[in-house]
Design a binder for this molecule. Structure first.
Ligand code: G6P
Ligand code: ZN
Length: 608
């Protein structure tokens, strides 16, 4: 291999360096920066921290080194880069490219304007290009639903060849390297790439010995093409064209806007008004781009609801038939009907029960397996039992689903893996990609509605009708989650420790009529790689099937976030208001954890 001349000062191996001129790598001395351990979904910190000297560079060099050690040849195939468009997105991309060149990457694909939603990254890795060009991985610049801007959050994560987030071994290896890093490699003279329009820039070494190409690609194409093979767009268009049906999709100024416009305006011929807040902004317009009843306030009001998901008086104002929202990086979703909130756990169960209305599943002989995270309600369990699906209960975090999807062995007697999974945290998806997919969930609902409404002469079957019919058949898992955000970390940890220390005292105890049959900390044995995940949530399982669960968030921006999940199953009484049906259990939960004692309040910041 060509070794560049010039003064080499660091102790880095330059055998994979690419040449002279713009491809001449330089070595920059650095030293470890504490705290670069990636969390549930990559490394997330304040933007200012990311912009501080060497912060991004240290992490990216550690990533390139780890990816290489993991057996990936950076010079073969393509490296994809995209982000949710938050502040510092484009600058970070240029740095990652310049460092990539110095580390031996020969072909980059970058989303137009630096944008690419998380599910689109997954789709693009899996679907784009001929075999020899396929992406081996991707850097995604996102902090998901966390606010963006110079004073808010930034994030970076790496996804692998299967389109899913890097496994723990890889993120641990990256972290280990950040603790010992001494220098990083960068081609400072590599040109800054114009990300504003698709096209290929090829940069050659001065002596012509090697070249690197950077292709700015459509952010939406691979993902939209994939979605068109999954759903029946003509049937969805017929629904949307019905005079008695109208929808609104809140993109919350995140990356989802271009995808929503491409699908609803261009492919399905709807008016631009269908897509709300659909121009990405680098600070999400100062909002919290998280699709739930608290943060998607504007949409929730339009749909005739309050922050508890209850119908409000709207006079004669016309309320849309269908409302949806997406988070900053487009992987989460919230589904609403006219004055009606669909809880994410119910949404998962209902999509699973109706999966065969979606061509993707039908074509593969029907859905075979479903999975939910532990705190997600058991609504989908009843569907799985009824329809004979394999059912998995995993810890919180999409990566556990990815592992199941990539294993064919665990499915009963077939190679196909039509698979649907979801979480209470507004994530839903299937094995078409290896991330949750917000727009997929919206299309899944529209597909189900389209089939239910295939006869235009009949009155509209609404979102509420579909949910209530589901409850009539399967019973209702009343559910709510209370979040206590920005609380003192030590207090939150002591609270969890207190409960952990008392499991045996709780077992068998009856509190306010609820008998605790099990009190434990959720442990998961991954059926695929047999790895054990411990301490994944404090559970109080009641003998009547109700559950109280506590977890500390793995994605909290600052301080700690306590999540309290409450669930009660009712086979017949399906028409109560959720907050009423759950008030007794909520009281028991607040007492068990001594919320007031530990954090000084019982008032949550968010209820979903
Ligand atoms: C991210 C992950 C989800 C996970 C969620 C949990 O969105 O992609 O898979 O459910 O974080 O967040 P938490 O804050 O509850 O740890
Ligand atoms: Zn997200």
């Amino acid at each position: 291999k060509f070794v560049p001349s010039g003064a080499i000062t660091g102790d880095i191996d330059l055998t994979d360096a690419v040449g002279q001129g713009p491809l001449k790598p330089e070595i920059v001395k650095t030293s470890p920066i504490a705290g670069q351990q990636p969390g549930t979904s990559g490394l997330r910190k304040k933007t200012k921290e990311f912009m501080s000297p060497n912060y991004l560079e240290n992490f990216v060099q550690s990533a390139y080194d780890s990816i290489k050690e993991n057996g990936t040849d950076l010079s073969e195939g393509s490296l994809l880069i995209g982000g949710d468009g938050r502040y510092y997105n484009s600058e970070a991309i240029q740095i990652i490219i310049k460092m990539g060149v110095a580390n031996g990457v020969k072909r980059f694909w970058v989303g137009e304007n630096g944008l690419m939603s998380t599910p689109a990254v997954s789709a693009t890795i899996r679907e784009r290009g001929p075999m020899w060009q396929k992406a081996y991985g991707s850097f995604i610049l996102t902090a998901s639903h966390n606010p963006g801007g110079p004073d808010e959050d930034f994030g970076i994560k790496y996804n692998c060849e299967n389109g899913g987030p890097a496994p723990d071994e890889l993120t641990d290896a990256i972290y280990a390297k950040t603790t010992t890093i001494k220098s990083y490699k960068i081609c400072k003279d590599f040109p800054t790439i114009d990300l504003s329009k698709p096209g290929i820039t090829t940069v050659k070494a001065e002596d012509g010995s090697s070249e690197v190409s950077v292709e700015v690609i459509s952010s939406t194409e691979s993902h939209v093409e994939l979605l068109k093979t999954i759903f029946d767009f003509a049937a969805i268009k017929a629904l949307l064209d019905r005079p008695d049906f109208n929808m609104i999709y809140d993109c919350m100024y995140g990356v989802n806007g271009p995808y929503a416009k491409e699908i609803f305006v261009k492919e399905l011929g709807q008016s631009e008004d269908v897509c709300m807040n659909a121009t990405p902004k680098d600070d999400f317009n100062g909002g919290h781009a998280d699709p739930n009843l608290t943060y998607a306030k504007e949409l929730v009001e339009i749909m005739g609801l309050n922050r508890k998901g209850e119908a409000i008086d709207t006079g004669d104002r016309k309320i849309p038939s269908f409302g949806a929202a997406a988070d900053g990086d487009g992987d989460r979703n919230m589904i609403l009907g006219t004055k009606f909130f669909v809880s994410p756990s119910d949404s998962l169960a209902i999509i699973a029960a109706n999966a065969n209305k979606i061509p993707f599943f039908k074509a593969q002989g029907g859905l075979k397996a479903v999975a939910r995270s532990m705190p997600t309600s058991g609504a989908v369990d009843r569907v799985a039992e009824d329809l004979n699906f394999d059912l998995f209960e995993t810890p919180t975090g999409w990566k556990y689903f990815g592992n199941l999807m990539d294993s064919k062995a665990i499915y009963k007697g077939t190679d196909y893996t039509p698979f649907i999974c979801g979480e209470e945290s507004f994530g839903t998806g299937s094995d078409h990609v290896r991330e949750k997919d917000g727009i997929w969930a919206v299309l899944a609902w529209l597909q189900i509605l389209a089939v239910e409404n295939s006869d235009p002469s009949k009155p509209l079957v609404t979102v509420e009708d579909i949910v209530k019919n589901h409850w009539k058949k399967y019973g209702r898992n009343y559910y709510c989650r209370w979040d206590f955000e920005g609380v003192d970390k030590t207090a939150a940890e002591s609270m969890v420790d207190m409960m952990r220390g008392k499991f045996s005292q709780y077992t068998g105890k009856v509190i306010d009529g609820y008998e605790i049959s099990t009190a434990d900390d959720f442990t998961y044995l991954d059926p695929v790689d047999r790895s054990l995940a411990k301490n994944k949530g404090i559970r109080f399982l009641m003998s009547d099937g109700s559950r109280i669960i506590f977890r500390l968030s793995g994605t909290a921006g600052s301080g700690a976030t306590i999540r309290m999940y409450i669930e009660a199953f009712e086979p017949e009484k399906i028409d109560a208001v959720a907050s009423d049906a759950l008030s007794g259990l909520v009281r028991v939960a607040l007492d068990i954890c001594d919320m007031k004692g530990f954090i000084g309040t019982e008032e949550p910041t968010v209820i979903t």
